[in-house]
Design a protein around this ligand. Structure first.
Ligand SMILES: Cc1cc2nc3c(=O)[nH]c(=O)nc-3n(C[C@H](O)[C@H](O)[C@H](O)COP(=O)(O)O)c2cc1C
Ligand code: SF4
Length: 409
């Protein structure tokens, strides 16, 4: 397998989180390119590179950047999303703890391109230790005079998983502590609509220095035609060596699991994989056999690449228990604004608990599918449709297990 370290280049270097060591290994070198390129030219380079957002949705980074006004008549902002609370996703913490200056360099380039003077890094509350490392890097960058054109502020919050952009934005820019959930009927503050803000994931921004420094063609030499570049795939569950390993898009999933993960733990057989964080449809071992890790291949088989956080399940995994675990998370995280989501997440969680407890009936399985259908496409954000995909994929692919667990009376 070809080694490709774009974002993880300094991960193995001791003390690369400090400015001195990071600079010795090329940190901030791409800023020289800002003497050559205008903001629009930087956006064009990102456009040519086909960089896609690495926070789960895979949207074109440049298309989002191009929506930011270049007129400069209103203050605009960059918000970097470092929430990653979705089970199975733990890649961004690697960047902020092992190479925080790469993120800061990416922020400076992005702010230059979108003409933002202030970037906010929204970080989940539990990442206290990582936040300390990131703050130390920001302090060093200020002391070194690197942040003269742009300010960078960290805001810690307790779980902005829900609602993507909206909660990350609100919590970051208002500096609220605690849960950012908007209560039903609560209005967003006026600035929310008046100030343009771009939200990108940590890894998306950390990919920018390589592209600006080396050019779009060098980036596109990795990956596939439609999904160029690399991703920090995270692997958890029943593998010998769980962890975060960068690989190019288009890599064979099984090769990845065997090469980096050392294969399935204790020589067991693979049963299923959730390919990109729990919001993606589960895959059977058969579906994984010839699968490549890229947006198109995953979409083709009715799942998605998401954040690239793979959860590997061996032959002994109880799929009902696995679904119950996921639904507990969704139930807890639903912000409650939309009825299908508010009611559906709790209700499906209860029904799966009933089946797990051997008290379920065939009607409960049908009801789960009905709830999933109600959650699909009828809500404000894609949270509920994701729950729907997960429920349907588990039941349709492992229905025999659900039926075998039903109450026999
Ligand atoms: C339910 C839900 C959860 C999300 N969780 C995250 C997250 O933890 N981290 C993240 O970067 N993006 C997350 N996103 C995506 C963000 O809304 C946003 O699109 C992303 O940060 C944009 O960055 P990107 O375009 O660089 O991927 C989530 C979206 C949804 C709908
Ligand atoms: S689907 Fe609706 S209720 Fe569910 S998290 Fe999104 S906005 Fe909140």
């Amino acid at each position: 397998m070809r080694e490709c370290k774009i974002v993880s280049k300094k991960f193995e270097i001791e003390n690369a989180h400090t400015l001195a060591v990071a600079k010795k290994h090329g940190a901030y070198a791409s800023l020289e390119k800002l003497k050559e390129y205008s903001p629009l030219e930087i956006i064009n380079i990102i456009q040519e590179s086909k960089l896609r957002g690495k926070g789960g949705g895979g949207a074109s980074a440049a298309e989002k950047w191009a929506l930011m006004p270049q007129t400069g008549d209103k203050p605009s902002f960059l918000v970097v999303n470092c929430d990653e609370s979705e089970p199975g996703t733990f890649k961004d913490r690697q960047i902020i703890s092992k190479d925080p200056h790469l993120l800061l360099e990416g922020i400076l380039l992005t702010c230059y391109a979108i003409k933002a003077k202030h970037a906010y890094i929204y970080i989940r509350g539990e990442y206290f230790q990582f936040q300390k490392i990131l703050q130390a890097a920001i302090d060093e960058a200020y002391a070194e005079g690197l942040l003269t054109e742009c300010d960078i502020t960290i805001h810690r919050g307790a779980g902005a998983y829900i609602c993507g952009e909206k909660s990350a934005l609100l919590e970051s820019m208002e500096g609220k502590r605690g849960h950012p959930r908007l209560k039903p009927k609560q209005k967003e503050p006026e600035w929310f609509f008046n100030n343009p803000a771009l939200v990108n994931n940590v890894e998306t921004i950390a990919s920018v220095p390589f592209i600006v420094q080396n050019g779009a063609e060098v980036y596109k030499a990795f990956g596939t035609k439609q999904s160029p570049g690399t991703l920090l795939f995270a692997m958890s569950g029943h593998v010998e060596r769980p962890g975060v390993y960068e690989a190019e898009f288009g890599t064979s999933m099984m090769e990845y699991i065997n090469h980096f993960g050392g294969g399935i733990k204790n020589g067991k057989k693979l049963k299923a994989v959730i390919p990109g964080g729990v919001s993606c449809g589960v895959l059977t071992a058969k579906e994984c056999e010839n699968l490549t890790l890229d947006y198109e291949a995953l979409r083709h088989i009715g799942s998605s690449l998401g954040t690239g956080g793979m959860i590997i399940m061996d032959e002994d995994t109880d799929m009902i228990e696995a679904l119950k675990n996921i639904l507990e998370f969704y139930h807890e995280e639903s912000c409650g604004q939309c009825t299908p989501c508010r009611e559906g997440t709790g209700w499906s969680d209860k029904l799966v608990a009933k089946i797990l407890d051997k008290r379920g009936t065939k009607e409960d399985i049908d009801k789960l599918l009905e709830i999933a259908d109600t959650m699909d496409g009828k809500t404000i954000c894609v949270f509920a449709p994701s729950v729907s995909i997960v429920i349907v994929s588990f039941i349709s692919k492992f229905r025999d297990e659900f039926e075998a667990a039903l109450c026999v009376k």
